[in-house]
Design a protein around this ligand. Structure first.
Ligand SMILES: O=C(O)CC[C@@H](O)C(=O)O
Length: 319
């Protein structure tokens, strides 16, 4: 029972599968050799993160495949419906990384609010000599407390963002086509819970009223969700975070909005061109950047590994 974890798998998943008699292969097979590799080694389960593509031709030409597993949430790198039509199980780990992605949103928010992305670049080169100049340049930071955060997409990650935002004393507004009202449970460190109802509003209203906007929607099939018109409709000095999928935001329109001062700062974990985002995005002093690491915490990867192992065992009825 061979499992190919082509984009890696946390030790928790490797151990759980090995214990049940699986052979877990973590060799990274380049995309162009993947079909031959799967056939040669009679791989029954392929696990991927966001890098490896599992498309129709691979599915058609690898008859040994029984399970395709995505360590993470978004399955836009897999032809999910097609695979399922062919009787292949397609699984993911929708709940395992919400906290990690939500915390990264706040890392970007705090970074942008206090210019960390720029001061981290400039402090080492400037040294003591320009300390006073930099202190002045970064003097006009802003606080998050008391401000309005607009959450677009109130799935698991959006709800986790709301929990943290409420803890920080922010006002939360949300837009979601599928959810009319989001009732979320907020857990405090002393194990007390409170239920908080968050009314959703039309996207246009959320864009108009928010000081900070964070996007938690799937990859868009019909063009950008946030382009020039949407930026124009936002508050002056808004900040925008995207830890969902590249292509949700029109990057050219974002750069214009940053340069004009309409948008104060942006935080991006995902890009139109991954893994080679545009230079204009990479070098922009008002953008806090991470290389699609929303789910890349030790805790999330541990949960992802265990969740994949459990689902594989359950599908193959191995107890
Ligand atoms: O696997 C990754 O590194 C990213 C995962 C993330 O984009 C997701 O959809 O869960």
């Amino acid at each position: 029972m061979k499992v190919l974890a082509n984009d890696g798998l946390d030790q928790s998943g490797i151990d759980a599968l090995t214990e049940k008699g699986f052979e877990v292969i973590t060799t990274k097979v380049p995309q162009e050799f993947l079909m031959d590799y799967i056939n040669e080694h009679k791989i029954r389960t392929v696990l991927v993160r966001s890098a490896t593509q599992v498309r129709k031709d691979l599915i058609d030409n690898c008859p040994s495949l029984e399970i395709i597993g995505r360590g993470g949430v978004g399955m836009d790198n897999i032809d999910v419906d097609y695979a399922r039509e062919k009787g292949i199980h397609v699984i993911n780990t929708p709940a395992a990384s919400s906290e990690s992605v939500a915390e990264l949103v706040f890392a970007h928010l705090f970074s942008g609010a206090r210019f960390l992305q720029d001061s981290n670049r400039k402090m080492p080169v400037s040294g003591d000599t320009d300390f006073a100049g930099l202190k002045k340049a970064y003097a006009a930071g802003i606080e998050l407390r008391g401000k309005t955060i607009g959450i677009v997409g109130m799935g698991r990650i959006g709800q986790e963002v709301a929990r943290i935002a409420l803890g920080l004393g922010m006002r939360v507004v949300a837009a979601d086509n599928n959810v009319g009202r989001a009732s979320i449970k907020v857990k405090f460190y002393n194990s007390q819970f409170i239920n908080v109802d968050i009314e959703t509003e039309p996207l246009q209203e959320v864009l108009k009223h928010s000081d900070f906007i964070t996007l938690h929607v799937p990859a868009q099939k019909d063009g950008y969700m946030i382009g020039k018109n949407e930026f124009d409709s936002m508050k002056d000095g808004v900040s925008v975070i995207n830890c969902s999928r590249g292509g949700v935001i029109d990057e050219a329109a974002l750069i214009d909005a940053l340069d004009s001062g309409k948008v104060r700062f942006a935080g991006l974990d995902v890009f139109i061109n991954e893994p080679t985002p545009s230079k204009a995005i990479l070098n922009h002093p008002k953008i806090s950047l991470t290389p699609h690491t929303g789910a890349s915490t030790l805790e999330a990867q541990d949960r992802i590994g265990l969740s994949l192992a459990e689902q594989i065992c359950s599908i193959l009825q191995i107890h």
